[in-house]
Design a protein around this ligand. Sequence first.
Ligand SMILES: *[C@@H]1O[C@H](CO)[C@@H](O)[C@H](O)[C@H]1NC(C)=O
Length: 401
Amino acid sequence: MRALIYLLPLLLALSQALADSKLNLRDMIPSDERIRSHGYPAEAHRVVTDDGYVLKLFRIPYSHKLGNQNARRPPVLLQHGLFSNSDCWLSSGPDNSLAYLLADAGYDVWLGNARGNIYSRANEQISLNHPRFWHFDWHEIGTIDIAAMIDYILEETQHEQLHYAGHSQGTTVYLVLLSERPEYNAKIKSGHLLAPCAFFAHGRSAVFGLLGPLVGTPGGIWNQLLVDTELIPYNNLVNRLADNGCGSGSPYESICKNGFLMFANGGYENINLTSMQLLIKTHPGGSSSNQGIHYLQLSTSHEFRQYDWGTKKNRDLYGQDLPPDYDLSKITAKTHSYSSQNDALCGPEDVDTLVAEFTHLAEDHRVPLESFNHLDFIVAKNMKELVNDLIVDRINGYEAR
Ligand SMILES: *[C@@H]1O[C@H](CO)[C@@H](O)[C@H](O)[C@H]1NC(C)=O
Protein backbone atom coordinates (compact mmCIF):
# COMPACT_ATOMS: atom_id res chain seq x y z
CA MET A 1 0.00 0.00 0.00
CA ARG A 2 2.89 2.34 0.86
CA ALA A 3 4.29 1.83 -2.59
CA LEU A 4 1.02 2.86 -4.16
CA ILE A 5 0.86 6.06 -2.15
CA TYR A 6 4.37 7.05 -3.28
CA LEU A 7 3.73 5.94 -6.82
CA LEU A 8 0.61 7.97 -7.39
CA PRO A 9 2.14 11.51 -7.38
CA LEU A 10 4.91 10.18 -9.57
CA LEU A 11 2.44 8.85 -12.09
CA LEU A 12 0.49 12.08 -12.04
CA ALA A 13 3.64 14.11 -12.59
CA LEU A 14 4.66 11.84 -15.43
CA SER A 15 1.30 12.12 -17.10
CA GLN A 16 1.39 15.90 -16.73
CA ALA A 17 4.80 16.05 -18.34
CA LEU A 18 3.64 13.89 -21.21
CA ALA A 19 0.51 15.94 -21.59
CA ASP A 20 2.47 19.18 -21.81
CA SER A 21 4.56 17.85 -24.64
CA LYS A 22 1.68 16.31 -26.53
CA LEU A 23 -1.57 18.15 -26.18
CA ASN A 24 -5.01 17.00 -27.24
CA LEU A 25 -4.20 13.39 -27.60
CA ARG A 26 -7.64 12.26 -26.91
CA ASP A 27 -9.86 12.43 -29.94
CA MET A 28 -12.89 10.83 -28.49
CA ILE A 29 -15.43 9.40 -30.91
CA PRO A 30 -18.83 8.82 -29.25
CA SER A 31 -20.62 5.52 -29.84
CA ASP A 32 -23.13 6.84 -32.39
CA GLU A 33 -20.41 8.43 -34.53
CA ARG A 34 -18.39 5.25 -34.37
CA ILE A 35 -21.40 3.23 -35.50
CA ARG A 36 -22.05 5.60 -38.42
CA SER A 37 -18.40 5.50 -39.42
CA HIS A 38 -18.93 1.80 -40.10
CA GLY A 39 -21.89 2.51 -42.37
CA TYR A 40 -24.67 1.57 -39.91
CA PRO A 41 -27.53 3.86 -38.90
CA ALA A 42 -27.25 5.13 -35.31
CA GLU A 43 -29.50 6.94 -32.86
CA ALA A 44 -28.98 8.46 -29.41
CA HIS A 45 -31.84 8.32 -26.88
CA ARG A 46 -32.29 10.01 -23.53
CA VAL A 47 -33.88 8.09 -20.67
CA VAL A 48 -34.60 9.83 -17.37
CA THR A 49 -34.87 7.62 -14.28
CA ASP A 50 -37.31 8.15 -11.39
CA ASP A 51 -34.47 9.61 -9.34
CA GLY A 52 -33.46 12.07 -12.04
CA TYR A 53 -30.42 10.46 -13.72
CA VAL A 54 -30.21 11.12 -17.43
CA LEU A 55 -29.03 8.00 -19.22
CA LYS A 56 -27.90 7.90 -22.82
CA LEU A 57 -28.82 4.90 -24.89
CA PHE A 58 -27.34 4.36 -28.32
CA ARG A 59 -29.15 2.35 -30.92
CA ILE A 60 -28.35 0.52 -34.16
CA PRO A 61 -31.96 0.23 -35.33
CA TYR A 62 -31.20 -1.99 -38.33
CA SER A 63 -28.41 -3.09 -40.61
CA HIS A 64 -27.69 -1.19 -43.83
CA LYS A 65 -26.45 -4.52 -45.21
CA LEU A 66 -29.88 -6.09 -44.79
CA GLY A 67 -31.97 -3.00 -45.52
CA ASN A 68 -34.40 -4.40 -42.92
CA GLN A 69 -35.74 -1.11 -41.55
CA ASN A 70 -39.33 -2.17 -42.27
CA ALA A 71 -39.02 -5.77 -41.10
CA ARG A 72 -39.76 -7.08 -37.62
CA ARG A 73 -36.62 -6.50 -35.58
CA PRO A 74 -36.59 -7.91 -32.03
CA PRO A 75 -34.83 -5.57 -29.58
CA VAL A 76 -31.63 -6.51 -27.74
CA LEU A 77 -30.09 -4.51 -24.89
CA LEU A 78 -26.32 -4.70 -24.32
CA GLN A 79 -24.95 -3.52 -20.97
CA HIS A 80 -21.29 -2.71 -20.26
CA GLY A 81 -19.11 -3.49 -17.23
CA LEU A 82 -17.52 -1.44 -14.43
CA PHE A 83 -15.46 1.59 -15.63
CA SER A 84 -16.80 0.93 -19.08
CA ASN A 85 -19.47 2.26 -21.45
CA SER A 86 -21.32 1.46 -24.67
CA ASP A 87 -18.11 1.63 -26.73
CA CYS A 88 -17.09 -1.76 -25.39
CA TRP A 89 -19.63 -3.40 -27.72
CA LEU A 90 -18.14 -1.69 -30.80
CA SER A 91 -14.37 -1.54 -30.47
CA SER A 92 -13.54 -4.69 -32.42
CA GLY A 93 -15.45 -3.47 -35.44
CA PRO A 94 -18.34 -4.84 -37.57
CA ASP A 95 -16.77 -8.26 -38.18
CA ASN A 96 -16.30 -9.16 -34.52
CA SER A 97 -18.17 -6.95 -32.06
CA LEU A 98 -21.46 -8.24 -30.70
CA ALA A 99 -23.48 -5.09 -31.43
CA TYR A 100 -22.80 -5.29 -35.17
CA LEU A 101 -23.16 -9.06 -35.37
CA LEU A 102 -26.63 -8.76 -33.82
CA ALA A 103 -27.59 -5.90 -36.15
CA ASP A 104 -26.52 -8.01 -39.13
CA ALA A 105 -28.59 -10.91 -37.76
CA GLY A 106 -31.69 -8.69 -38.00
CA TYR A 107 -31.95 -7.30 -34.46
CA ASP A 108 -32.66 -3.81 -33.17
CA VAL A 109 -29.62 -3.23 -30.99
CA TRP A 110 -29.62 -0.90 -27.97
CA LEU A 111 -26.47 -0.01 -26.01
CA GLY A 112 -27.02 1.01 -22.40
CA ASN A 113 -24.96 3.45 -20.34
CA ALA A 114 -25.18 3.31 -16.56
CA ARG A 115 -25.48 6.44 -14.39
CA GLY A 116 -22.12 8.11 -13.82
CA ASN A 117 -20.33 6.96 -16.96
CA ILE A 118 -19.12 9.44 -19.59
CA TYR A 119 -22.41 9.28 -21.52
CA SER A 120 -24.71 9.44 -18.48
CA ARG A 121 -23.24 12.18 -16.33
CA ALA A 122 -26.27 14.27 -15.50
CA ASN A 123 -29.14 14.36 -13.06
CA GLU A 124 -32.12 16.68 -13.43
CA GLN A 125 -32.13 17.41 -9.69
CA ILE A 126 -28.55 16.96 -8.47
CA SER A 127 -25.38 18.65 -9.68
CA LEU A 128 -22.58 16.42 -10.90
CA ASN A 129 -20.30 18.07 -8.36
CA HIS A 130 -22.49 17.27 -5.40
CA PRO A 131 -21.50 14.11 -3.45
CA ARG A 132 -25.14 13.07 -3.55
CA PHE A 133 -24.76 12.56 -7.31
CA TRP A 134 -22.28 9.75 -6.59
CA HIS A 135 -24.42 8.20 -3.86
CA PHE A 136 -25.28 5.10 -5.83
CA ASP A 137 -24.05 1.65 -6.49
CA TRP A 138 -24.67 -1.17 -8.97
CA HIS A 139 -27.71 -2.00 -6.84
CA GLU A 140 -29.36 1.19 -8.17
CA ILE A 141 -27.98 0.64 -11.67
CA GLY A 142 -29.74 -2.73 -11.66
CA THR A 143 -33.01 -1.89 -9.92
CA ILE A 144 -33.48 1.61 -11.43
CA ASP A 145 -31.35 2.19 -14.55
CA ILE A 146 -31.72 -1.18 -16.26
CA ALA A 147 -35.43 -1.26 -15.42
CA ALA A 148 -35.86 2.21 -16.96
CA MET A 149 -33.91 1.21 -20.08
CA ILE A 150 -36.00 -1.93 -20.57
CA ASP A 151 -39.29 -0.05 -20.16
CA TYR A 152 -38.15 2.67 -22.54
CA ILE A 153 -37.04 0.20 -25.23
CA LEU A 154 -40.20 -1.89 -25.02
CA GLU A 155 -42.33 1.24 -25.26
CA GLU A 156 -40.32 2.66 -28.14
CA THR A 157 -40.28 -0.59 -30.16
CA GLN A 158 -43.76 -1.79 -29.17
CA HIS A 159 -42.41 -5.18 -28.13
CA GLU A 160 -43.39 -7.18 -25.05
CA GLN A 161 -39.92 -8.60 -24.43
CA LEU A 162 -36.27 -8.03 -25.25
CA HIS A 163 -33.03 -10.00 -25.23
CA TYR A 164 -30.31 -8.87 -22.85
CA ALA A 165 -26.56 -9.36 -22.86
CA GLY A 166 -24.19 -7.96 -20.25
CA HIS A 167 -20.50 -8.11 -19.51
CA SER A 168 -19.09 -8.26 -15.96
CA GLN A 169 -20.96 -5.58 -13.98
CA GLY A 170 -23.52 -5.76 -16.80
CA THR A 171 -24.27 -9.27 -15.51
CA THR A 172 -24.37 -8.23 -11.85
CA VAL A 173 -27.01 -5.58 -12.54
CA TYR A 174 -29.12 -8.14 -14.43
CA LEU A 175 -29.03 -10.50 -11.45
CA VAL A 176 -29.84 -7.62 -9.08
CA LEU A 177 -32.80 -6.41 -11.13
CA LEU A 178 -34.40 -9.81 -11.69
CA SER A 179 -34.01 -10.92 -8.08
CA GLU A 180 -35.14 -7.61 -6.53
CA ARG A 181 -37.90 -6.82 -9.02
CA PRO A 182 -38.94 -10.28 -10.27
CA GLU A 183 -41.77 -8.82 -12.35
CA TYR A 184 -39.04 -7.87 -14.86
CA ASN A 185 -38.42 -11.56 -15.63
CA ALA A 186 -41.45 -11.44 -17.92
CA LYS A 187 -39.85 -8.67 -20.00
CA ILE A 188 -36.73 -10.70 -20.79
CA LYS A 189 -36.96 -13.09 -23.73
CA SER A 190 -33.43 -14.34 -23.05
CA GLY A 191 -30.43 -13.18 -21.02
CA HIS A 192 -26.73 -13.70 -21.83
CA LEU A 193 -24.15 -13.23 -19.11
CA LEU A 194 -20.56 -12.74 -20.30
CA ALA A 195 -18.02 -13.20 -17.52
CA PRO A 196 -20.78 -13.30 -14.88
CA CYS A 197 -19.92 -11.66 -11.55
CA ALA A 198 -21.85 -12.31 -8.36
CA PHE A 199 -19.58 -14.20 -5.95
CA PHE A 200 -16.01 -13.18 -5.22
CA ALA A 201 -14.57 -15.76 -2.90
CA HIS A 202 -11.76 -16.90 -5.19
CA GLY A 203 -10.69 -13.87 -7.27
CA ARG A 204 -6.99 -14.07 -8.16
CA SER A 205 -6.65 -10.42 -9.18
CA ALA A 206 -4.21 -8.32 -7.18
CA VAL A 207 -6.99 -5.83 -6.53
CA PHE A 208 -8.66 -8.11 -3.96
CA GLY A 209 -5.55 -8.68 -1.87
CA LEU A 210 -4.51 -5.05 -2.09
CA LEU A 211 -7.77 -3.24 -1.46
CA GLY A 212 -10.11 -5.84 0.02
CA PRO A 213 -8.81 -5.57 3.59
CA LEU A 214 -8.87 -1.75 3.43
CA VAL A 215 -12.37 -1.07 2.18
CA GLY A 216 -14.05 -4.47 2.12
CA THR A 217 -15.45 -4.11 5.63
CA PRO A 218 -17.78 -1.27 6.56
CA GLY A 219 -16.99 1.56 8.94
CA GLY A 220 -13.24 1.79 8.40
CA ILE A 221 -11.54 5.10 7.77
CA TRP A 222 -10.79 4.30 4.12
CA ASN A 223 -14.37 3.36 3.61
CA GLN A 224 -15.58 6.67 5.03
CA LEU A 225 -13.10 8.64 2.95
CA LEU A 226 -14.00 6.91 -0.25
CA VAL A 227 -17.76 6.53 -0.07
CA ASP A 228 -19.91 8.59 -2.51
CA THR A 229 -17.07 9.87 -4.65
CA GLU A 230 -16.24 9.40 -8.27
CA LEU A 231 -13.91 6.49 -8.78
CA ILE A 232 -11.28 6.88 -11.50
CA PRO A 233 -12.96 9.79 -13.25
CA TYR A 234 -12.78 10.10 -16.97
CA ASN A 235 -10.61 13.16 -17.21
CA ASN A 236 -7.69 14.36 -19.22
CA LEU A 237 -5.14 13.30 -16.67
CA VAL A 238 -6.13 9.70 -16.22
CA ASN A 239 -6.95 9.36 -19.84
CA ARG A 240 -3.69 10.87 -21.09
CA LEU A 241 -1.83 8.53 -18.81
CA ALA A 242 -3.58 5.53 -20.29
CA ASP A 243 -3.33 6.85 -23.81
CA ASN A 244 0.35 7.73 -23.61
CA GLY A 245 1.16 4.45 -22.02
CA CYS A 246 -0.95 2.33 -24.29
CA GLY A 247 -1.30 4.22 -27.57
CA SER A 248 -0.02 2.55 -30.72
CA GLY A 249 3.74 2.84 -31.10
CA SER A 250 4.07 3.93 -27.52
CA PRO A 251 7.41 2.97 -25.99
CA TYR A 252 5.42 1.86 -22.95
CA GLU A 253 3.24 -0.55 -24.86
CA SER A 254 4.40 -3.63 -23.00
CA ILE A 255 4.30 -1.92 -19.61
CA CYS A 256 0.79 -0.88 -20.50
CA LYS A 257 -0.31 -4.37 -21.34
CA ASN A 258 1.12 -5.76 -18.15
CA GLY A 259 0.30 -2.88 -15.85
CA PHE A 260 -2.99 -1.59 -17.14
CA LEU A 261 -4.45 -5.04 -17.36
CA MET A 262 -2.91 -6.37 -14.18
CA PHE A 263 -6.04 -5.85 -12.14
CA ALA A 264 -8.51 -7.49 -14.43
CA ASN A 265 -6.41 -9.97 -16.26
CA GLY A 266 -4.23 -12.96 -16.28
CA GLY A 267 -2.29 -12.47 -19.50
CA TYR A 268 -3.08 -10.98 -22.87
CA GLU A 269 -2.57 -13.77 -25.38
CA ASN A 270 -5.93 -13.24 -27.05
CA ILE A 271 -6.09 -9.46 -27.00
CA ASN A 272 -6.76 -7.39 -30.12
CA LEU A 273 -4.47 -4.47 -29.36
CA THR A 274 -6.09 -2.18 -31.96
CA SER A 275 -9.43 -2.72 -30.29
CA MET A 276 -7.92 -2.10 -26.85
CA GLN A 277 -6.35 1.14 -28.07
CA LEU A 278 -9.70 2.34 -29.40
CA LEU A 279 -11.34 1.52 -26.07
CA ILE A 280 -8.77 3.42 -24.06
CA LYS A 281 -9.85 6.64 -25.81
CA THR A 282 -13.14 6.61 -23.90
CA HIS A 283 -12.08 4.70 -20.77
CA PRO A 284 -12.11 4.59 -17.82
CA GLY A 285 -15.72 5.57 -18.16
CA GLY A 286 -16.58 6.97 -14.71
CA SER A 287 -18.34 5.28 -11.83
CA SER A 288 -19.07 5.74 -8.15
CA SER A 289 -16.57 4.53 -5.56
CA ASN A 290 -19.49 2.67 -3.97
CA GLN A 291 -19.56 0.26 -6.91
CA GLY A 292 -15.95 -0.75 -6.27
CA ILE A 293 -16.42 -0.83 -2.49
CA HIS A 294 -19.50 -3.02 -2.83
CA TYR A 295 -17.59 -5.55 -4.97
CA LEU A 296 -14.77 -5.59 -2.43
CA GLN A 297 -17.31 -6.20 0.33
CA LEU A 298 -18.43 -9.30 -1.56
CA SER A 299 -14.84 -10.49 -1.76
CA THR A 300 -14.63 -10.24 2.03
CA SER A 301 -18.09 -11.62 2.89
CA HIS A 302 -18.21 -14.28 0.14
CA GLU A 303 -21.94 -13.52 -0.17
CA PHE A 304 -23.90 -11.94 -3.02
CA ARG A 305 -25.79 -9.34 -1.03
CA GLN A 306 -26.66 -5.66 -0.78
CA TYR A 307 -24.30 -2.86 0.27
CA ASP A 308 -23.02 -3.14 3.83
CA TRP A 309 -23.34 0.21 5.65
CA GLY A 310 -22.41 -1.14 9.08
CA THR A 311 -24.78 -2.54 11.70
CA LYS A 312 -26.50 0.69 12.68
CA LYS A 313 -27.40 1.94 9.22
CA ASN A 314 -28.13 -1.63 8.05
CA ARG A 315 -30.78 -1.88 10.78
CA ASP A 316 -32.36 1.37 9.63
CA LEU A 317 -32.22 0.47 5.97
CA TYR A 318 -32.78 -3.27 5.91
CA GLY A 319 -34.21 -4.01 9.36
CA GLN A 320 -31.37 -6.43 10.08
CA ASP A 321 -27.70 -6.32 11.10
CA LEU A 322 -26.31 -7.68 7.85
CA PRO A 323 -27.39 -6.72 4.36
CA PRO A 324 -29.92 -9.05 2.72
CA ASP A 325 -28.81 -11.55 0.05
CA TYR A 326 -29.92 -11.29 -3.55
CA ASP A 327 -32.24 -14.26 -4.03
CA LEU A 328 -31.15 -15.82 -7.31
CA SER A 329 -33.91 -18.41 -7.18
CA LYS A 330 -36.30 -15.58 -8.13
CA ILE A 331 -34.71 -15.29 -11.57
CA THR A 332 -36.87 -17.22 -13.99
CA ALA A 333 -35.93 -15.52 -17.29
CA LYS A 334 -34.13 -17.86 -19.72
CA THR A 335 -30.51 -17.11 -18.88
CA HIS A 336 -27.26 -18.33 -20.43
CA SER A 337 -23.89 -17.94 -18.74
CA TYR A 338 -20.58 -17.73 -20.66
CA SER A 339 -17.53 -17.84 -18.42
CA SER A 340 -13.86 -18.65 -18.71
CA GLN A 341 -11.12 -20.48 -16.90
CA ASN A 342 -8.59 -17.65 -16.81
CA ASP A 343 -10.90 -14.98 -15.39
CA ALA A 344 -9.01 -13.42 -12.46
CA LEU A 345 -12.00 -11.40 -11.23
CA CYS A 346 -14.94 -13.76 -11.62
CA GLY A 347 -13.28 -17.14 -12.01
CA PRO A 348 -14.55 -20.71 -12.42
CA GLU A 349 -15.02 -21.52 -8.70
CA ASP A 350 -17.13 -18.41 -8.19
CA VAL A 351 -19.12 -19.26 -11.31
CA ASP A 352 -19.70 -22.72 -9.77
CA THR A 353 -21.27 -21.01 -6.74
CA LEU A 354 -23.40 -18.81 -8.99
CA VAL A 355 -24.59 -21.81 -11.00
CA ALA A 356 -25.48 -23.69 -7.80
CA GLU A 357 -27.54 -20.76 -6.47
CA PHE A 358 -29.11 -19.88 -9.81
CA THR A 359 -31.74 -22.61 -9.80
CA HIS A 360 -33.35 -21.71 -13.14
CA LEU A 361 -30.16 -21.12 -15.16
CA ALA A 362 -30.68 -22.36 -18.73
CA GLU A 363 -27.03 -22.90 -19.73
CA ASP A 364 -23.63 -22.89 -18.08
CA HIS A 365 -21.19 -22.50 -20.97
CA ARG A 366 -17.45 -22.50 -20.26
CA VAL A 367 -15.23 -21.07 -23.00
CA PRO A 368 -13.06 -24.00 -24.13
CA LEU A 369 -9.79 -22.05 -24.25
CA GLU A 370 -7.73 -21.99 -21.10
CA SER A 371 -6.12 -18.56 -21.64
CA PHE A 372 -9.43 -16.72 -22.20
CA ASN A 373 -9.82 -14.01 -19.54
CA HIS A 374 -12.24 -11.42 -18.18
CA LEU A 375 -11.53 -8.68 -20.74
CA ASP A 376 -11.27 -11.10 -23.64
CA PHE A 377 -15.07 -11.13 -23.81
CA ILE A 378 -14.73 -7.54 -25.05
CA VAL A 379 -11.36 -7.32 -26.83
CA ALA A 380 -10.15 -10.79 -27.84
CA LYS A 381 -9.24 -11.57 -31.44
CA ASN A 382 -11.12 -14.85 -31.13
CA MET A 383 -14.22 -13.69 -29.22
CA LYS A 384 -16.45 -13.99 -32.29
CA GLU A 385 -15.93 -17.74 -32.68
CA LEU A 386 -15.65 -18.44 -28.96
CA VAL A 387 -18.50 -16.32 -27.62
CA ASN A 388 -20.39 -13.93 -29.89
CA ASP A 389 -21.46 -16.47 -32.52
CA LEU A 390 -22.92 -18.60 -29.74
CA ILE A 391 -24.93 -15.70 -28.36
CA VAL A 392 -26.38 -14.80 -31.77
CA ASP A 393 -27.18 -18.47 -32.31
CA ARG A 394 -28.96 -18.80 -28.94
CA ILE A 395 -30.97 -15.61 -29.53
CA ASN A 396 -31.94 -16.79 -33.03
CA GLY A 397 -33.14 -20.00 -31.38
CA TYR A 398 -35.54 -18.09 -29.11
CA GLU A 399 -36.86 -16.10 -32.07
CA ALA A 400 -37.44 -19.25 -34.14
CA ARG A 401 -39.70 -20.76 -31.49
C1 LIG B 1 -9.38 -5.86 -34.05
O1 LIG B 1 -9.89 -4.57 -33.83
C2 LIG B 1 -9.93 -3.75 -35.00
C3 LIG B 1 -10.36 -2.35 -34.57
O2 LIG B 1 -11.69 -2.27 -34.27
C4 LIG B 1 -10.85 -4.37 -36.02
O3 LIG B 1 -10.85 -3.59 -37.21
C5 LIG B 1 -10.40 -5.78 -36.35
O4 LIG B 1 -11.31 -6.40 -37.22
C6 LIG B 1 -10.28 -6.58 -35.06
N1 LIG B 1 -9.78 -7.91 -35.37
C7 LIG B 1 -10.24 -8.99 -34.77
C8 LIG B 1 -9.72 -10.29 -35.29
O5 LIG B 1 -11.00 -8.95 -33.82
